[in-house]
Ligand binder design. Sequence first.
Ligand SMILES: Cc1ncc(COP(=O)(O)O)c(C=O)c1O
Length: 388
Amino acid sequence: MLSKRIPASHEPNAWAAALASRRAAGGAVLDLAEFDPTRTGLGGADTEVLSALADPRGARHSPDPRGLRGAREAVAAYYAGRGLAVDPDALVLTTGTSESYAHLFRLLCDPGDRVLVPAPSYPLFEPLADLESVRLGRYRLAYDGRWHLDLDSLARAAPGARAVVLVQPNHPTGTCLDGAEWAEVERMCLEHDLSIVSDEVFGDFAWDGRASGLPSATAVREAPAFVLSGLSKVCGLPQLKLGWIALAGARHRAERARGLEWIADLFLSVGTPVQHALPRLFVAGEAFRGRALARIAANRTRLAQAVARAPSLGVLRADGGWVAVLRVPDRRSDEEWALALLARGVVVHPGHFYDFDRDGHLVVSLIVEPATFDAALRVVEEVVESAP
Ligand SMILES: Cc1ncc(COP(=O)(O)O)c(C=O)c1O
């Protein structure tokens, strides 16, 4: 009766079922897989910020498919604050990055076309692509003391594909392409007429004071590129449901802009009050980013101390973001480690959720409250050090 795009089974996997039954039984949980800033005491919205949504201009509906001009100017000003040039006319507002992906899959692909995504990376790509009848191809990121792009895997996958998704910094590896890798991706995209879709939701969260910030595809000049971000991460406001797509690169520019505007016009999905509130939300966002970066730095220090205490525990090197990848012994599968930790009340994501190519990885959030982070890490140390 239903479309083949809808999963045949909605049964949770073993880990999700174990977590649900622990919660149902009222068992205590130390959640290292909490990525929502509104649930870790970091959220960007106090009463003053929320009052921006009561702007009287919000009473009137006068939609623009790309988003209201004033809201697009506010997004452009945010980029200008990062030293990046984005024209308000090159922006299309959406209800968040998931909708941005859906729009771009519709814009760039016919049913059955292929889009390339990194592995390991963000697990939502698969259902989002399925829903638009798009197939995923994978290129690999490889770790040898630092993550880098496996160019051969990208070169093999590129012919015939429609787009390459980059996540900068990537979730969960926390890494960005270096200059040479960027140049090669752009060259390949021009050669095979692929679009670059650059997910930069974590682009403000550079670690260790990288003065130059993290790379952005807003600077792409020639290749057809789209940059995605939104209020969820930039301002800690996932509940306000506003994201954007910025067009970059000269190739097919006018045609891409027209097509995207046509799609956005069918939905007109972004609410008016949040668009009028945007300039004030960006002001509040600055303070949010300061709080989040301080929390992340403190939790990274705690993690480094745990790794120093526990010889079986490691942490992979990264450039930024909200996530850390822990290295654990591969004598057990990631799922077994995650289940063993859950039995002790600690929630972590097993690496296979993110398509790591081998066991030995657990993924933890760095925006968790410090007391929870500390208590959970102690359990992780104990379990990893004592388990056979
Ligand atoms: C890489 C990446 N892209 C997009 C999103 C979702 O962003 P939004 O809330 O704007 O849909 C997330 C959420 O964690 C993410 O990790």
